[in-house]
Design a protein. Structure first.
Length: 249
């Protein structure tokens, strides 16, 4: 009688590894479109080219993930990633709140993109560590290749910011619409007691960590809410989100 070989049930760690893979796969698929939007909105050729190059790398990273899914014996199935969606949403806010063609926008786009890169670096670094533990050496090699690309992309963005974009943005005047004169008399915060304590010269206090501004219109959009979504599930960009955060501090 023929003996049927049953696949061993995966460990909790392996299931977690698979979930992380699915989430970063979702992120990379959407990131291709996000990087295209960023390239369109950037004003310098160097920054456009940095976004374009990383978009091409992202396509290779997607292929590597698909290979890892194959090695895992599972289909390539994307899973919504709430962390990355929040960062995509921040990217839209940057575009909403900065003037087209300004160095300010380029500097802010770099920050938004670097937040994404750092999230990816953390994810791929963790995935590589998990794959090592699970004994998936081929996956480790693929994940490390992608990790190196993410770090390089991050470095390229830092170099562009430091070379001239941030300096240009620092001397660029903003319009009054972008920077309304704040009504400082009516600003109240929950951290006032801490601020007062600091004023009294006592150090080492929590200077308002977790405090929430009570000025109107500064609340972030609800993570995962429909209006916070930058892209549809099929990867097409959503309509531009209405700016709800005009005040700059
Ligand atoms: Fe990536």
């Amino acid at each position: 009688m023929e003996t049927q070989v049953e696949k061993e049930a995966p460990s909790g760690l392996e299931l977690f590894y698979q979930t992380l893979l699915q989430e970063i796969y979702w992120s990379e698929l959407h990131l291709r479109d996000v990087l295209e939007s960023m390239e369109e909105r950037a004003s310098t050729d160097e920054l456009k080219s940095a976004f374009r190059n990383h978009r091409e790398e992202t396509s290779n990273q997607i292929s590597r993930l698909e290979k890892i899914f194959y090695l895992e014996g599972m289909g390539a199935q994307p899973m919504f990633c709430v962390g990355m969606q929040g960062l995509f949403d921040e990217g839209w806010q940057v575009i909403d709140e900065t003037e087209e063609g300004s160095a300010h926008r380029d500097a802010a786009l770099i920050v938004a993109a670097q937040k994404v890169e750092h999230y990816e670096i953390a994810t791929y670094g963790s995935l590589s560590t998990l794959a090592k533990t699970l004994g998936f050496q081929e996956a480790v090699d693929l994940l490390e290749q992608t990790l190196a690309e993410e770090k390089k992309a991050d470095g390229t963005l830092t170099a562009l910011a430091e070379r001239d974009i941030n300096a240009e943005a620092s001397i660029e005047a903003v319009s009054e619409e972008q920077f309304p004169v704040p009504d400082t008399a009516n600003i109240t915060t929950e951290s006032e007691p801490s601020v007062n304590t600091m004023k009294a010269g006592i150090t080492g206090v929590d200077a308002g960590a977790g405090s929430k501004s009570t000025r109107e219109g500064t609340e972030a959009s609800t993570p995962g809410s429909a209006e916070a979504l930058l892209v549809n599930d099929d990867g097409t960009p959503k309509a531009k989100k209405k700016n709800t955060r005009k005040a700059k501090v």
